[in-house]
Design a protein around this ligand. Structure first.
Ligand SMILES: [Zn+2]
Ligand SMILES: [Zn+2]
Length: 151
């Protein structure tokens, strides 16, 4: 579960927005930068709060619309685990997630080289392309003894 990532190249990646028919506005550029600068799977509300710090005039609607454009352009992916709000992940390399049952946060787990799809008995007619594993438990913050840190 390493935190270090190769430096992303926003300019090259952002060209994908235009390839997918989305206009490259300063707001969209900013929201994407916000996601890249802290890849901790924020919710849409958290992205909005962070985006507002440097761009106070940005609206929640613009943030939603941009997140949608980024997902459709495959620059960001959705992380949906059964409890809590949808989160946004800007790490597009193959990886899995550790999901904290207490605070609901999601953390990246990089795929080990040579990792392969587990041999599952996929029913006939279905074609498996990938497999995402969700490991559940408590993150280091929530695993520490002390008062519960639900949010
Ligand atoms: Zn936690
Ligand atoms: Zn992730």
């Amino acid at each position: 579960m390493k935190r270090a990532r190769p430096t992303p190249q926003p300019a090259r990646l952002l060209a994908r927005l235009e390839e997918n028919g989305f206009r490259l506005t300063p707001q969209r550029r900013h929201v994407y930068q916000v996601l890249l600068s802290r890849p901790d799977h924020p919710t849409a509300d958290e992205v909005f709060l962070r985006a507002k710090r440097e761009m106070p005039e940005i609206s929640m609607a613009t943030v939603y619309n941009t997140l949608d454009a980024l997902v459709q352009s495959k620059l960001v992916r959705l992380v949906n685990h059964d409890r809590g709000a949808t989160r946004y992940c800007s790490n597009m390399r193959p990886h899995h997630h550790f999901c904290c049952d207490v605070c609901g946060a999601a953390f990246d787990i990089d795929e080990q080289p040579g990792w392969r799809l587990p041999s599952l008995d996929v029913p006939g007619g279905f074609q498996a392309d990938r497999c995402e594993i969700v490991v559940r438990g408590r993150c280091p913050r929530c695993a520490r003894p002390g008062p519960a840190r639900r949010r």
